[in-house]
Ligand binder design. Sequence first.
Ligand code: R5P
Length: 286
Amino acid sequence: MIVVPGTASQVLAHGVAEHLGAELASVTCRRFPDGELYLRIETDFSGEECVVVQSTPPPQDRNIFELLSLLETLKEGGAAEVTAVVPYFAYGRQDRRFMEGEAVTSRVLARHVSVHADRCVTVNLHKSSILDYFEVDATELDASPLLGEHLRPGVSRRSVVIAPDAGAAWMAQRVAEVLGCRHDYLEKKRLGPGEVVLKQKELEVEEEVVLVDDIIDSGGSMVEALRALRSQGAERVHIACVHALATGSAIARLLASGAERVAGTDTVPSQVSVVSVAGLVAKALK
Ligand code: R5P
């Protein structure tokens, strides 16, 4: 098996290759002066089982084009089997048509991946229903237990795990199972990108709280949740997410708002990517 690293997931690809005892391919990827992509896989992959590891955080469309180019090059070049590992699957929040005429961009991406990959492995899709958009076998892995394991040494069993909205409530439950504590969720209404309000909801809040979500983008959802929990008596709030897109000053906003710490996984390389999904991904590929 050969693991082919995309530029958005170089360290993770190396980790996956190590876990599998597989070869890490050598890839040249650079840009022409006008910004177009030049890509060459130098390792001989003909007849091999190949795994491309390429996440699709910002700049999404660049990372997606690189992913599709890697997949196409392998398939057309005679790889025996091509698996796309897309740790963060972009456009998950456009999982359906909310208004007439809108592009369902998560479906566009799933279908394009299906053209050149025999299989896709991804981690915590924003909506699991996106799996139905693939025309090849697609697997969604759950990294929330890994977040729980990471947090466990510093978090008391008397704490409570809370999701900032109902959509992430199941993740809070998974993390709580690992920590051996209670879980609950807040109710959020999105007013626009980066702008959310929380509905009034009294929770049984403990002194120590773990806030868990799939994505931290602008940080707006977590900041609002953190404020609501502090006003209800939380003193120490740990923040964890799978995909730390952390655009702009999201992490600084969270820390300035009083978060004890912010932890994410390496599905997206960021300043808070302290939990690796390499073992989880490798296990799914074995
Ligand atoms: C949305 O429902 C997601 O689960 C996240 O809560 C959201 O994407 C986070 O975005 P932001 O950090 O900009 O509030």
